[in-house]
Design a protein. Structure first.
Length: 429
């Protein structure tokens, strides 16, 4: 009876036994069932598979149930638009005509980018659709026709959103000066996708590097032999001298330009220029640590040594032992940089006169003095007068000397923490 065909319990029981029985159920019972199991639409009557409310209820529960709707409904533009606004994947089961419809397809993609796979192939030949899709959603050029991959406006629209889209651009575009200048000015990685002829073009490469320094990583080997290009590059990052051709690593002007931008570039200079005092001192003036790349022979040049240690006293650590045991050089160095006392040979750290000069320049140099001088009252007094914290490096008996301690804390109150327990007023541990 009609009453039993409307009874939900009866319909559910019948459906569980035989799903095809749903075609005999009344509308209300089917509505109730598809709200729980959208796929049950497959077994509804043809009339109900054309029913907007029934299909809407089924697709709300399971979007894939749209495939069971009547073709007439799947071709109904207002109804399909309503569905794809909520779930872009619904485009998959729209009719071919609607999958070719700009508005429907764009609406689906707006809702869910993955719906792009269900757009009719002919739309990827439609310039207006492709441009809108790219500008709104960043559609990839790998989906569009070869013709549109040769279209400068289309490709640039895609590249503005994602430079990696250049991978799909037609090669012929790279032979358009306007196109090349446009992409290299906007994106540091643009040259990565350029044909070798473009990456070998001096003017384009210089323009790219001027805008984005990292673009130099895409230069061809030939350009690393080009003096003008390399000079331009090392002005921006001296360390890139390492990529230059060997003949340019021997070029004094190129190397000087590089080390003045970054002292560490010295390590990539040819050996003869690493032994050039002017080049090395230019590198050291930018970064004193560059002195570690100076060859031993250069350290035997007293004029060079004087200049080096006057700039950076700690550079003495890179000098050969014969230099570090030179008393005149030691005096010159610690007079300007007391802490350089740590880099002279042990014999000179026992030299009272040298140590006094060092601690008067920087009290902390007391740490590097020989133990007997850390117990020397005059040496320690000189150190704490310059920096009270130097008390921590004094011998224990002087750290217990009230006169010494008063001098230290007068210079730096924090020196109190370096006293022996008795003077600090604490019981021994």
């Amino acid at each position: 009876s009609e009453e039993l065909r409307r009874d939900q319990k009866v319909v559910l029981t019948a459906f569980a036994q035989n799903s095809t029985s749903l075609q005999f159920a009344e509308r209300e019972a089917v509505l109730s069932l598809v709200r729980q199991r959208g796929w049950a639409l497959r077994y509804a009557s043809e009339e109900l598979r054309r029913d907007c409310e029934v299909v809407r209820a089924a697709t709300s529960q399971d979007i894939w149930s749209l495939q069971y709707a009547d073709e007439e409904l799947r071709g109904d533009a207002p109804f399909v638009l309503e569905l794809v606004r909520q779930q872009g994947q619904a485009l998959r089961y729209a009719t071919e005509e609607l999958r070719s419809d700009r508005e429907v397809a764009l609406t689906a993609i707006t809702c869910d980018l993955s719906a792009r796979q269900f757009v009719a192939p002919e739309l990827w030949y439609d310039r207006e659709f492709v441009l809108q899709s790219i500008r709104r959603h960043g559609t990839s050029l790998n989906l569009v026709s070869d013709t549109l991959r040769r279209d400068c406006e289309v490709v640039l629209a895609a590249v503005w959103r994602d430079v990696w889209e250049l991978e799909y651009a037609a090669e012929e575009l790279w032979y358009s000066r306007d196109f090349v200048e446009s992409v290299i000015s906007r994106h540091e990685h643009a040259l990565k996708f350029a044909p070798e002829g473009v990456r070998h073009h001096r003017e384009f490469v210089i323009a790219a590097v001027a805008k984005h320094g990292s673009a130099m990583s895409y230069m061809t080997d030939e350009l690393w032999k080009d003096r003008e290009v390399v000079l331009f590059v090392v002005q921006r990052d001296g360390r890139l001298l390492q990529h230059a051709a060997a003949m340019l690593q021997r070029d004094r002007e190129v190397v000087l330009t590089a080390v003045m931008q970054n002292g560490w570039a010295l390590r990539h200079a040819a050996p003869e220029l690493r032994g050039d005092s002017e080049v090395v001192l230019a590198a050291a003036s930018q970064d004193g640590w560059a002195l570690q790349f100076a060859p031993p022979a250069l350290w035997r040049n007293r004029s060079f040594v004087r200049s080096a240690v006057q700039q950076h006293g700690w550079a003495l650590q890179f000098a050969p032992e014969e230099v570090r045991q030179d008393r005149e050089i030691a005096f010159l160095t610690v007079a300007r940089h007391g802490l350089a006392l740590a880099y002279v040979v042990d014999e000179l750290r026992r030299d009272r006169e040298i140590v006094l000069v060092a601690v008067r320049q920087d009290g902390r140099a007391l740490r590097a003095a020989a133990p007997e001088l850390q117990a020397d009252r005059e040496v320690v007094t000189a150190a704490i007068m310059q920096d009270g914290a130097a008390l921590q490096h004094a011998a224990e008996e002087l750290r217990a000397d009230k006169e010494i301690v008063l001098a230290a804390v007068s210079q730096d109150g924090f020196a109190l923490q370096n006293l022996v327990d008795e003077l600090r007023g604490e019981p021994p541990g």
